[in-house]
Design a protein around this ligand. Structure first.
Ligand SMILES: C[S@@+](CC[C@H](N)C(=O)[O-])C[C@H]1O[C@@H](n2cnc3c(N)ncnc32)[C@H](O)[C@@H]1O
Length: 324
């Protein structure tokens, strides 16, 4: 079985990983050809970039679903890394006159085909195509990234996506033939959609929230300082918080792009036990949103919540013997 050091491959899930180097030009990837290749060709080490994913257009249902899952809004920019005949970018442009996009492909004839198709459908001004390697594009200004490439390539592109794309950028992968596992290594999809005949995987580029955060909340007329320490792997966040001399773990933590929410059920000395439900938008070193405080006794109420990233944290102050 073929294995890469960081991405174990299950042949049944990802048959195309075992394809050998194929001639890049005009190779049509059909289900039959991929299955035959996976079944008959010897396992080879996945040397990623050197194995260009062959061309095959996503089926119409997948394109439609990818556009729906992209949740396009006015002004959005969509990219397709390996754009083939350009259909995804053209469909995005046709879906909203205020959306634009670009695609890149290694193969000149596909770039030409996509450009001509955009012109025929009247969207050349908003759907553009370039002959370029997906590793050589700038992902800083895009809102949506589409890919249907071998998982060895998407895994490599993960490094670029996480380094360049803004938090909140949606990443969509057509799972046809490549399966749903290890597409972006250990970065698990936020969603695996099965509305179309083959799965579509979706990720939101997570905001960076790892570290120390601090804020104040007035409870019962008294200002309390909250010192939190968050730990993060991709979109998975854990954390613990301190108020006064008490500490508690967070629960129900969710990070979707820039939106962070979590629950903190805590006895605040002088106020009493209260469930805190935080939700906010992360923007650099600030989180802004609201908290719903539900005291064990009394009615729930909402407060504005502004958290600030801190170099050091009161969380680590000595506790002493007073556990309150
Ligand atoms: C399976 S097709 C997908 C086409 C299109 N995205 C769609 O879903 O209809 C993959 C395309 O990626 C292109 N490709 C493969 N490796 C690439 C790379 N490193 N940079 C740019 N394009 C690449 C291939 O030439 C091929 O056209």
């Amino acid at each position: 079985m073929t294995q890469t050091p960081d991405a174990p491959v299950k042949p049944a899930e990802a048959p195309s990983m075992d394809l050998p180097r194929l001639p890049a030009r005009r190779t049509l990837l059909s289900a039959g050809a991929a299955a035959l290749a996976a079944a008959t060709l010897p396992a080879m080490r996945a040397q990623a970039q050197e194995y260009g994913t062959p061309y095959g257009p996503s089926n119409a249902d997948s394109v439609k679903r990818m556009i729906q899952l992209a949740e396009l809004r006015d002004g959005n920019v969509v990219a397709d890394l390996g754009s083939g005949n350009g259909q995804i970018i053209i469909a995005a442009a046709l879906s909203n006159p205020k959306v634009r996009g670009w695609g890149v492909d290694l193969q000149e004839w596909l770039v030409k085909t996509a450009t001509e198709s955009a012109a025929k459908q009247g969207v050349s001004d908003r759907a553009q195509f370039f002959q370029r390697n997906a590793f050589d594009v700038d992902l800083r200004e895009v809102d949506v990234i589409n890919m249907w490439l071998f998982a060895n390539l998407t895994r490599l592109l993960r490094t670029k996506i996480l380094a360049e794309a803004r938090p909140g950028t949606r990443v969509l992968v057509n799972g046809q033939l490549i399966g749903t596992e290890n597409i972006l290594g250990n970065w698990q999809p936020d969603l695996i959609d099965r509305e179309s005949p083959n799965p579509i995987l979706k990720w939101w580029v997570p905001a960076k929230v790892e570290g120390n955060w601090t804020w104040q909340l007035p409870l019962g007329g008294t200002p309390y300082t909250y010192d939190f320490v968050l730990q993060q792997q991709f979109q998975v966040v854990e954390g613990t918080g301190r108020v006064g001399n008490r500490r508690e773990s967070l629960s129900d933590t969710r990070l979707r792009g820039t939106e962070l929410s979590f629950v903190f059920d805590m006895t605040v000395t002088g106020f009493g036990r209260a469930k805190h439900e935080f939700i906010g938008q992360v923007s650099g070193d600030q989180i802004r949103g609201k908290v719903t405080v539900s005291p064990a006794e009394g009615k729930p109420f909402d407060l504005p919540w502004t958290a600030t990233r801190a170099a050091t944290s009161g969380w680590f102050r000595p506790t002493g013997l007073d556990l309150k």
